[in-house]
Ligand binder design. Structure first.
Ligand SMILES: C[S@@+](CC[C@H](N)C(=O)[O-])C[C@H]1O[C@@H](n2cnc3c(N)ncnc32)[C@H](O)[C@@H]1O
Length: 236
């Protein structure tokens, strides 16, 4: 069973949205499991202190390495990657998600305040990952995004009808546009080719649209896509 362990100051937030829809059904079906470690339980003083002022001064508070280290140590030692959600981490992309989904699961450490003491990152071998170039107030929502993206790829979660093979990023391109009935909505028809029944032409149209959208919206992805044909590696 694929397993997510989340080290957090707010265990009560979980499973949250992960308890609904695809991920929630898969959780109930035992396709994956979720456990949380409450960092505060590993504080030893009577106020259960988990943070302290930054060495060298400055605003905010920093999560204490002794408390966080003990909380991380409470997670079973196994082969799962240990990730720290962090805006300065490597940007998460679908290629990584696929790799995590193929493995045994993930251990996710959620920061709060100004972040965590640098020493705990090194001492516990945490790999920093970011869900985007913006700052959240804590790692929990980022952890949920990562888990959700992994869980939907687990065997048996999406079902036969839906497939990740044609989704955005699957082959380095954004996905083509979708339409459904009614045929005419507010004077806007479904593109004729999609109702032609000609599967070859439909596939070609979708491919051309995927390439157009990627070129227009994501020059970075487009360049990486073209690079693959020129012998580049293009890590996603
Ligand atoms: C307020 S943020 C800390 C920001 C930090 N002082 C900085 O400037 O990089 C608190 C926590 O939210 C989480 N976080 C914020 N933005 C994130 C992002 N884009 N991706 C992943 N985690 C994020 C991290 O766990 C971080 O430790």
């Amino acid at each position: 069973m694929w397993r997510a362990s989340v080290v957090t100051l707010f265990p009560e937030i979980f499973p949250g949205p992960l308890g609904a829809s695809l991920a929630g059904r898969a959780l109930a079906a035992g396709i994956w499991s979720l456990d949380t470690v409450d960092i505060r339980l590993f504080a030893t003083d009577k106020h259960r202190t988990v943070d302290d002022t930054p060495a060298g001064g400055g605003p905010g508070m920093v999560m204490k390495p002794d408390v966080l280290g003990r909380a991380i140590d409470a997670v079973a030692t196994d082969a799962r990657p240990r990730l720290l959600l962090s805006p300065r981490g490597a940007p998460l992309a679908q290629g990584w998600i696929e790799e995590f989904a193929r493995g045994a699961g993930v251990v996710l450490v959620c920061g709060r305040f100004e972040g965590v003491d640098e020493r705990v990152i090194a001492a516990r071998g945490l790999e920093e990952v970011s869900i985007g170039d913006y700052v959240l107030s804590g790692g929990e929502i980022a952890a949920m995004a990562l888990i959700d993206a992994c869980v939907r790829l687990l065997p048996g979660v999406m079902g036969a009808a839906a497939s990740s093979a044609e989704e955005s990023f699957a082959d380095g391109l954004l996905e083509y546009p979708h339409y459904t009935r009614p045929q005419l909505w507010e004077d806007r028809p479904i593109p004729e080719i999609l109702t032609s029944g000609d599967h070859g032409k439909i596939a070609a149209w979708r491919r051309a649209e995927a390439e157009r959208l990627t070129r227009e919206r994501r020059p970075d992805l487009w360049a990486a896509f073209l690079g693959r044909f020129r012998g580049g590696s293009g890590r996603r």
